[in-house]
Design a protein around this ligand. Sequence first.
Ligand SMILES: Nc1ncnc2c1ncn2[C@@H]1O[C@H](COP(=O)(O)OP(=O)(O)OP(=O)(O)O)[C@@H](O)[C@H]1O
Ligand SMILES: [Mg+2]
Length: 470
Amino acid sequence: MSNYFCGVDFGTSNSSAALFDGEQVRVLPLDNKNDSPTSLPSLLYITNEGEPIVGRGAANAFIERNVDREVVLKQVDLGIAIEGYVASEPDKSESYRPGVTDPNVREAVRAKAIVEVNSPGRLFQSLKTLLRHENFKGTEVFGVNYQIEELVAMILRQLKERVDAEAGFSVERAVFGRPVRFSERDAENGVAERRLRTAASLAGFSDVAFFYEPVGACVEYAMAEQREQKLMVVDIGGGTFDVCIMQFSGSHGVGKRLQESKILSVSGVPVAGDAIDREIIRSKLFPRFGSRARYGPSKLRMPQYVFNQILDWQNLYKLNNEETINWLIAAESDSDDPEALRALRCLIQRNYGYPVAREVEAAKRRLSVDTATTINIEREHINIQEALEREEFAHIIEENLEKMMVELERAEQDAGLKPGDLDLVLTTGGTSLIPAIQQMLRDRYGAERLKQRDTFTSVATGLAIVAQYA
Ligand SMILES: Nc1ncnc2c1ncn2[C@@H]1O[C@H](COP(=O)(O)OP(=O)(O)OP(=O)(O)O)[C@@H](O)[C@H]1O
Ligand SMILES: [Mg+2]
């Protein structure tokens, strides 16, 4: 049967896809290694032989092969001259021409990169977030330069393979979701969408139309209804907080209802689950790794860049160089918190950044069920049992919630509506399960208006329906 319409939700944390045959929508199994096979974790592991592993298997491979392994670093000369310090990853994009030198720059610097000599592979998480960073063109993995579009395409290829298998033919047309705002900067929004389109095309989706992700979730709900309604969708995922308000007529039939629907407003901000995880790490774990420690005869404060690197665990290994480690050993021997600094060194040397991030994320999820939990990390010199209560958690993420509230108000204002004018507020996305967020929505819209939709698949479902008419 070739009359399938495809919706793809490439998420920061999880991706999903659905097929609509004009009557029924089917959310597709994409990853049989995942607890929920209809969600494909947006994770990519590239082995040192260049083989990509996608989804839950990527996380498993990284944990098995990379964690708890001594990292050996080497500085390599990349064989090009650059006009200044370029950190460890020089820009090798098309627009970059090392031959054209600025006359004001007297000395060219040789580009060097710190590489792991014995690394079995590299893991990428939240690639969608990187799409917006114009300066992040790509990265070097075991001597091969991958553009960001190619990295994303590796995930989309696996997704497409499953879609094709389910459809029975190569599905080249699809409606893809995109967040209302990939970035708070307009220019970056365009960059991100263009790159996602290129990635989709590299993966074989040659004909792609974009719709806002929350519009997908709104359509998913509204299609089963036959009432005139004003609906708000609040979709909070790993990378973005998205809102949309739509109006539907009371007509019968999917096509007619869609035709007569109207988007009254959309708004969004790139603050969601990943940002919340970082807040927890900052406030609960930084001190346990010595952020408040003082060292040396002058009782110096620890440099904060070291701790910010913990947030960016994918690049934590770069701290594992002789200079930093020797400095840490020296600081530890003359510090008021040697235990914390030993834990920090262990975190860096044993490559525990990812397990730490995973435990924090898991603790956050436990707090959606329990009122208190313990962040538990016990690995060699790391011995952390940090209690976290729901109330404290809500306090830690207050600023994030305020940013979300601004977007809710903006969406209402742009639609010319008051909270009481909405018939329903539909919630979706993993982060919408956080009790403090539920509370914020209840306070504003009333419990009777809130309706949780399928957390991980409602966007793709709606996009597949939209695809018939796109
Ligand atoms: N039970 C839970 N409680 C709190 N947070 C959760 C829960 N389950 C998942 N999350 C969080 O939800 C996020 C993933 O949600 P989701 O899969 O909807 O995002 P996404 O669609 O990949 O991201 P985006 O739409 O922003 O691109 C992660 O940050 C995850 O930690
Ligand atoms: Mg999402």
